[in-house]
Design a protein around this ligand. Structure first.
Ligand SMILES: Cc1cc2nc3c(=O)[nH]c(=O)nc-3n(C[C@H](O)[C@H](O)[C@H](O)COP(=O)(O)O)c2cc1C
Length: 168
């Protein structure tokens, strides 16, 4: 069994790309990378989000303005090079307004992801991940999306079980 797991892990090159504004999704990403043997890549905005930027009560806050504008594409601080080397790309984000933050669109549109297994994961205050994945499928129908999973309160054992279900 152990040997099998190791063989499977070596046969897929896994990238765990994630955006996290306040650290919760980053923790889930770290667990996922540890469990799958994948490489971590932080999707970092050129301009960090301040507390005021994240205020969803304020219609004028940066996050409100971006999420109200389907064309908003916040700039990335850096690109991931060597994307060709990965077959499986986990894409992690916090749920914002039941959706993936627009910087996820920036990431997707500036990296060649065609043909790869794209597996979303998210953390939230309670919302599910399904709406966000439905929107990503609709926006990028040529990419190979899987259903993904919400990792709120997921411990290492839960994440390991999920990775096994995914064959990773
Ligand atoms: C602008 C904004 C909008 C949010 N919208 C939702 C939402 O629609 N549903 C939900 O359950 N949580 C929502 N949240 C809560 C975050 O999804 C949650 O705190 C997440 O775990 C934060 O992840 P992070 O620490 O990686 O940034 C929102 C948070 C922010 C800042």
């Amino acid at each position: 069994q152990g040997q099998n797991n190791r063989t499977m892990k070596e046969s897929s090159n896994v990238l765990v790309a994630y955006f996290s504004a306040t650290g919760t999704t980053a923790r889930a990403a770290q667990t996922l990378a540890r469990v799958t043997g994948g490489e971590l890549f932080a999707i970092v905005p050129q301009e960090a989000y301040t507390g005021a930027d994240l205020d969803w009560h304020d219609k004028q806050s940066r996050s409100s303005v971006e999420m109200n504008d389907p064309k908003a594409r916040p700039a990335l601080k850096g690109k991931k090079e060597g994307m060709d080397g990965y077959d499986v790309v986990f894409i992690g984000y916090p749920i914002w307004w039941d959706a993936a933050p627009r910087i996820i669109n920036t990431f997707i549109e500036s990296h060649g992801l065609k043909g790869k297994r794209l597996i979303p994961f998210a953390t939230s205050g309670g919302s599910g991940i399904a709406q966000s994945v439905k929107a990503l499928r609709k926006q990028y129908p040529d990419l190979k999306w899987e259903d993904g999973r919400l990792l709120n309160r997921a411990g290492e054992a839960d994440v390991r079980r999920w990775a096994e279900q995914l064959g990773l």
